[in-house]
Design a protein around this ligand. Structure first.
Ligand SMILES: C[S@@+](CC[C@H](N)C(=O)[O-])C[C@H]1O[C@@H](n2cnc3c(N)ncnc32)[C@H](O)[C@@H]1O
Length: 229
């Protein structure tokens, strides 16, 4: 595992900020669209041009997972949803540069997206990597992984679909596990193993890299929607 020196890390952040400013001027459609661009529920086959399974990365940040996975698994479609348009556009620019047809980023609040724009039983899998914990009482309404989000994911998932969630915040993982373990609609699958990264890019998300390089323990959960008989 390599840890970037502070000067190197600062240079990387400045470079990313420069790219974000430049990206703000680039037309990124169809790689980046916002909820305001949509006029109704998303038709996956129109968005991606195929009928392949769709995996949604909730709070995708700068889209590392969406870009890497779209590249590695061309037979699946990946949609990142991100409220911070600067970060979302950063990921979309990387998809655009690689001309990846199976990766898209939607700018907006995932709760609104699930409420109005994602069709029921249309999503293969959800990922919620490193959601912000928002512990302070006055910030609690911003917390993402809640009972309401769980019900929204259940509505959107296809039978047998998965929810993956990772976090470095142990107390938040307990909240997540309490919502998911024992939920009548899910069963808990074995904890995914922690893989040793081959290099600095070999992490699932930017936050996984940041937290593991800082020596934090990562808590990982995987649940599967029960298939009704
Ligand atoms: C701690 S970051 C993790 C980013 C990425 N998943 C990773 O692992 O590197 C959490 C992300 O969730 C986004 N987010 C928070 N609330 C959201 C919401 N309601 N809808 C969509 N994205 C949200 C934030 O803007 C932020 O980019």
């Amino acid at each position: 595992m390599t840890e970037a020196a502070p000067a190197e890390e600062r240079a990387k952040i400045l470079q990313e900020q420069r790219e974000m400013r430049q990206n703000a001027l680039v037309d990124l459609k169809p790689y980046f669209v916002t909820l305001d661009d949509l006029d109704g529920p998303i038709d996956w086959s129109r968005l991606f041009g195929n009928e392949n399974p769709v995996e949604i990365d909730i709070g995708c940040g700068k889209g590392k997972f969406v870009v890497d996975a779209a590249q590695e698994f061309p037979e699946r479609n990946y949609l990142g949803i991100e409220t911070d348009f600067g970060k979302g556009r950063h990921g979309a620019r990387r998809l655009q540069k690689r001309s990846l047809p199976n990766g898209r980023i939607l700018g907006g609040d995932v709760r609104v997206a699930l409420d109005r724009f994602i069709k029921p039983t249309s999503v293969a899998d959800f990922d919620v990597f490193f959601p912000d914990p928002w512990w302070k009482r006055r910030h609690k309404c911003r917390r993402l992984f809640t009972a309401e989000l769980v019900e929204q994911m259940i509505t959107a998932l296809k039978p047998g679909g998965h929810v993956t969630s990772w976090t470095d915040v142990e107390d938040y993982f307990e909240v997540i596990a309490a919502l998911m373990d024992g939920h009548p609609s899910f069963h808990t699958l074995p904890t995914p193993a922690e893989l040793q990264p081959a290099d600095d890019t070999d992490y699932r998300t930017s936050f996984e890299r940041k937290k593991r390089q800082a020596g934090e323990t990562i808590h990982r959960g995987l649940w599967q929607l029960t298939v009704e008989d």
